[in-house]
Design a protein around this ligand. Structure first.
Ligand SMILES: Cc1cc2nc3c(=O)[nH]c(=O)nc-3n(C[C@H](O)[C@H](O)[C@H](O)COP(=O)(O)OP(=O)(O)OC[C@H]3O[C@@H](n4cnc5c(N)ncnc54)[C@H](O)[C@@H]3O)c2cc1C
Length: 504
């Protein structure tokens, strides 16, 4: 048989999104090339937080325990006035989130990127290259052709699909002429990362200082580090503000001299944008290439990883399990509104923080203090669900399937380790009479293999008042209800007999 292309999928950009996608694809048997124009992981300060859902994805990649060892935890996320009154406080961040990991996990992005890259080394089906610079991509009759600069020489590769996870500036998005919706946020901030010598002199929780004189963020990071972010004011020069003298001046009110050592600084413009098209033929955008958020909700990288796992199972289904290509149309339909909702949350938080008009700030403070006095309390929002896409028309479709965690003698056991991965139909009884040729696993809650997880799952089904739940490989619920109906719906969703709705 003639080989039609060099790889099933080429992933351009080996940042957190690209690596998660590449590793997931390779583990699903998809022949994957992932490459990056840089020699190593990006060293400058970026993400400081990932949520429980992302830790579950890392669990699936087999790296969550190593990452967790490097994480720190903040009990609360406090928005303070200039006078340090608590305007708004998110609690419960160190408690277990629905994904079966702490709700908030403070990280050092280059450290976790390194852990994932190490896990990918030697992975069958995955070729990982550095210092490869993608110069152009073009659609061919049966896939994609990419031109890549390798050691000064332009080389051509072919693949059935290509994913551009090439970051905020995405050269591929630009080459394809894909426009972005600008959600209207554009503020310059100086990010200052420090190495910590004495934690006892540092804040123990994440802070937003809503001071109109200098809006400031102060957050925990992964082990050994801490971060400040200072909003730059009109007329301030980014280079001058990044100088060690200016940084010392900005840190002076925090009284941390001797307790921290400056590691690095960078100035970013915090933007909010969503690409209008996430797929052009066989070429997809993922991660920052598809969406950009201000960092106030700590969700940019998180959104990229959700893209990666959403796209991974669909590409595996099409390339390895005979699913109809129409399934891939659901990628943008599902992911774009989800990413946008988190961006809007971040913009709302950003607008609260970035107020520089003293009058407006005073009014804001009065309103927020009154709300707090009236007992308004904040908890991290539950995982947002999917609104439409590859979903059954049942109750619960699109909701997030929680991971049960059981503690025995101080050790934690998580459901996915026992239940396994991939699509799963969880049913109370009668599993033996059901079958599916889609490669999905059928599990009865009474199955001994589930141990104590079985009663937990049965109780969850009881609470929802349903007989069965069909969970997709990305842990979102396909549908709930009659098991035979769910299996039939799943089979037709994969075979393309259910039409995907148009992209929004
Ligand atoms: C100050 C700051 C704070 C943040 N805080 C958080 C947070 O707390 N939580 C959170 O979830 N997110 C946060 N983020 C966002 C997060 O860092 C990004 O969303 C995340 O890095 C995006 O990952 P990515 O893989 O999509 O893109 P990137 O990490 O940008 O990776 C893209 C890769 O593509 C490569 N590339 C580009 N062009 C080419 C080419 N032509 N050929 C080959 N390779 C190419 C690049 O070298 C790069 O390695 C923050 C960001 C900033 C700036």
């Amino acid at each position: 048989m003639t080989k039609k292309y060099d790889y099933d999928v080429i992933v351009v950009g080996a940042g957190p999104t690209g690596m998660t996608l590449a590793l997931s694809l390779a583990r699903g048997g998809v022949k994957t090339l992932a490459f990056d124009k840089e020699a190593d992981v990006y060293p400058l300060p970026r993400a400081a937080h990932v949520d429980h859902e992302i830790m579950r994805i890392y669990q699936e990649l087999g790296v969550a325990d190593d990452i967790a060892k490097t994480c720190r935890s903040s009990l609360t996320y406090d928005f303070l006035s200039a006078k340090r009154e608590i305007l708004m406080q998110f609690g419960g961040l160190s408690g277990m989130g629905p994904g079966g990991w702490p709700t908030g996990n403070m990280i050092h992005q280059p450290t976790i990127e390194r852990i994932v890259r190490d896990a990918a080394a030697g992975e069958a089906n995955l070729e990982l290259q550095s210092n490869w610079d993608c110069k152009s991509v073009s659609e061919t009759a049966d896939g994609v052709q990419s031109s890549v600069l390798v050691n000064g020489e332009l080389k051509t590769f072919t693949s059935r699909y290509l994913v551009a996870s090439d970051g905020a500036r995405s050269p591929i998005r630009n080459q394809l002429g894909i426009e972005q919706d600008d959600l209207g946020f554009d503020e310059p901030w100086l990010v200052v990362d420090v190495l910590v010598k004495d934690y006892s002199r540092l804040p123990k929780v994440n802070l937003q200082i809503c001071d109109p004189v200098r809006p400031t963020t102060c957050v925990l990071m992964g082990s050994g580090r801490h971060r400040w972010e200072f909003m730059l004011l009109d007329g301030e020069d980014p280079q001058e503000m990044s100088s060690p003298e200016k940084v010392s001046e900005l840190l002076e009110p925090w009284d941390v001299e001797g307790a921290v050592e400056l590691e690095r600084t960078a100035v970013y413009r915090f933007n909010a944008k969503v690409a209008k098209e996430w797929k052009k033929g066989p070429i997809f955008l993922a991660g920052d290439a598809a969406h950009l958020t201000p960092p106030f909700a700590g969700q940019g990288l998180c959104a990229g990883l959700r893209d990666a796992v959403n796209l991974a199972w669909k590409l595996i289904a099409c390339l390895k399990q005979g699913a109809d290509e129409g399934l891939l149309e659901s990628y943008q339909i599902e992911r774009a509104p989800h990413a946008r909702a988190y961006i809007e949350l971040a913009i709302a938080q950003g607008r609260t923080v970035c107020t520089t008009d003293p009058g407006v700030a005073a009014e804001r403070d009065a309103q927020m203090l009154a709300a707090r006095a009236a007992g308004v309390s904040m908890t991290p929002p539950p995982p947002m669900g999917l609104l439409k896409g590859c979903l059954a028309e049942t109750s619960g479709a699109g909701s997030y399937f929680p991971q049960i965690v059981i503690e025995t003698e101080g050790a934690l056991r998580r459901l996915d380790e026992t239940l396994g991965l991939g699509a799963r139909l969880i049913v109370r009884t009668g599993g033996a009479t059901l079958s599916s040729d889609t490669g999905l696993t059928i599990v009865e809650t009474t199955n001994e293999m589930l141990g104590e997880f079985g009663p937990g799952l049965a109780a969850w089904l009881d609470e929802l008042g349903v007989e069965a739940v069909l969970v997709r490989p990305d842990h979102y619920v396909f549908g709930m209800g009659d098991p035979a109906d769910l299996l039939a719906g799943w089979a037709s969703a994969l075979s393309g007999t259910k039409q995907a709705e148009p992209a929004v």
